[in-house]
Write a protein that binds this ligand. Sequence first.
Ligand SMILES: Nc1ncnc2c1ncn2[C@@H]1O[C@H](COP(=O)(O)OP(=O)(O)OP(=O)(O)O)[C@@H](O)[C@H]1O
Ligand SMILES: [Mg+2]
Length: 304
Amino acid sequence: MFVNSHPLNEWITPEIQDRNERILKRPPVLDIQKLHKSFEHKGKPVEVLREIDFTAYKREFICVVGPSGCGKSTLARLVAGLETIDDGQILMDGAAVNAPGPDRGMVFQSYSLFPWMTVKDNVMFGMVESGMSKLTAESEALQWIDLVGLEKFADSYPHQLSGGMKQRVAIIRALANQPKVLLMDEPFAALDPKNRLKMQQYLLEIWQNIDITIFFITHDLDEAIYLADRILVLDAHPGRVKEVVNVPLPRPREEETFLSPAFMATKAYLESLVHHEDEEVEDMEDKLKMVRMVSVNSEVPDIF
Ligand SMILES: Nc1ncnc2c1ncn2[C@@H]1O[C@H](COP(=O)(O)OP(=O)(O)OP(=O)(O)O)[C@@H](O)[C@H]1O
Ligand SMILES: [Mg+2]
């Protein structure tokens, strides 16, 4: 008898299994096929991504994790059309991507709002650029601003907002252009844990209410598990697909989700897949050894 022994199988209930199967039957929105990418480093090509194959389906929430330097941001930039593809292809609704387009919105870790524009003008910007009348764009922008609870800040400037508020504006500014895919590269990494959780909850709520596929890059495994339907795990040097993990958690996700045994099992499994023994850490170890070798000045009081 065939025994399927994936460590997370015991947490996949029939409901979760059923949901996963239904997701895979939806139309593909983002289709990455045999993607290769190298960069030039000191005159030599360095392979960053090797044969990435991955499909995201309509209204799916995908998180991408992997060690630092494995090519996560490069992958997002390739999908956004901000980098050129060496080999393979990226399809959006079946059409090849080779430049940025309104079907892909992007939110980065650093706040990318126009500092000289008010919140409302920031949100209106893309809509007006694409030919919408100012009046309609303004009324749409105000609805988006309401949705994320920033109605009192519509006429404020970015520097008057907290980090979490700025990211809420960045998200609605991207969504106001009605992209099919929202690409997010560590958007909450600079926030404190409380605000980060709030932003994750906001994002889930928005995602549940609109037709959008989210491709969300993060270092934080808890964040990936809390948000994602599936997690794309990349390996480093070169970046390759290590595994695509089905998250065995029902929706809607609550704060208690973080404490459930299925969550802990998923985290332990992801930790076993993502090794952070990258060069940077090894470098740091060497530096620490050197510091320890420096003889202690006797005038420095012993701190132990
Ligand atoms: N424009 C570029 N020119 C040359 N090398 C680049 C360029 N962009 C990225 N790289 C290299 O590609 C590799 C992958 O970088 P990338 O930023 O995609 O990794 P990452 O997984 O997002 O890392 P992190 O988790 O630290 O954000 C790194 O070795 C980086 O130095
Ligand atoms: Mg990155």
